[in-house]
Design a protein around this ligand. Structure first.
Ligand SMILES: C[S@@+](CC[C@H](N)C(=O)[O-])C[C@H]1O[C@@H](n2cnc3c(N)ncnc32)[C@H](O)[C@@H]1O
Length: 245
């Protein structure tokens, strides 16, 4: 995730870079989107699903398609990303609300209607450990009973060997993806040029603050979630969730 820009906050240059490269750089992107949706228990008609930091809106679109009786609220700090989300979801525009927010702030965490699910992909690692714990606790309070929080994100292996395995798997995933999409390794060369593989230089970018998977699972449990589990892990990217009792 390193952006090779050295800034501590996400800005519109980061958004542009991610819009350009996300389809190459996110490992098993379509599979991840499917698993996140699979982890949401069947909602009742009219239920609210919230996506934090939708980026270009692929997951929001998948949720709108999978759950045709639900409404999606997509919150992002980037005007460019919100515009892109609206464009990606234009066929379901009547069931999508978008709004600007700051992930680290707490004012948005009270919803007019308790959500059935809150999901987020590749964003919560921009919060530090204390902020993640606060977020999990606030979302546990905000969700409907029986609702879920599903997080897809990079997680920091606690050992050098874990970092090395994650780094090599991510390189390989991007290589394969570049070849599959373009038939050449130009996108993989760009991944290397940008220094995007967080696991090769985990302390290199102040904007990236992944916590370990074990820590985050324990923080979900401490926040009061049950059925806390990791459903998928590859190349240092994990999908984990908890259910509000
Ligand atoms: C790496 S992109 C991931 C986009 C998308 N969820 C995906 O998985 O493809 C990170 C997203 O988080 C948003 N973001 C990052 N930091 C944020 C913050 N502090 N407040 C609000 N949005 C933020 C960015 O605008 C961007 O849409």
């Amino acid at each position: 995730m390193a952006q090779a820009q050295g800034t501590a906050h996400w800005d519109e240059n980061h958004s542009r870079g991610f819009l350009d490269n996300g389809r190459y750089f996110v490992p098993e992107r379509e599979r991840q989107i499917g698993i996140i949706a699979d982890l949401i228990p069947q909602p009742a008609p009219g239920n609210l699903l919230v996506e934090l930091c939708p980026g270009e809106g692929l997951l929001s679109r998948a949720l709108l398609e999978r759950f045709p009786d639900c409404h999606v609220l997509a919150l992002d700090g980037s005007a460019q990303m919100l515009e892109q989300t609206r464009a990606t979801c234009r066929d379901q525009a009547g069931r999508l609300t978008t709004a600007a927010f700051e992930l680290a702030q707490r004012d948005w965490r009270r919803f007019a209607e308790p959500p059935h699910a809150v999901v987020s992909s590749l964003a919560i690692h921009h919060l530090d450990g204390r902020q993640k714990q606060e977020l999990f606790a606030d979302l546990a309070a905000a969700l409907k009973p029986g609702g879920v929080l599903v997080v897809a994100d990079i997680v920091r292996p606690p050992t050098a060997s874990g970092l090395d395995i994650a780094a090599r798997q991510w390189d390989e995933a991007v290589r394969m993806r570049a070849l599959a999409i373009d038939g050449d390794l130009a996108a993989f060369a760009e991944f290397n040029r940008l220094g995007w593989n967080y696991f090769r230089n985990p302390d290199g970018e102040p904007i990236d603050k992944p916590s370990s998977l074990a820590e985050q699972l324990s923080w979900l449990a401490q926040a009061g979630f049950t059925e806390v589990d990791c459903a998928w892990l590859f190349a240092g990217h994990a999908i984990f969730s908890g259910r509000k009792p």
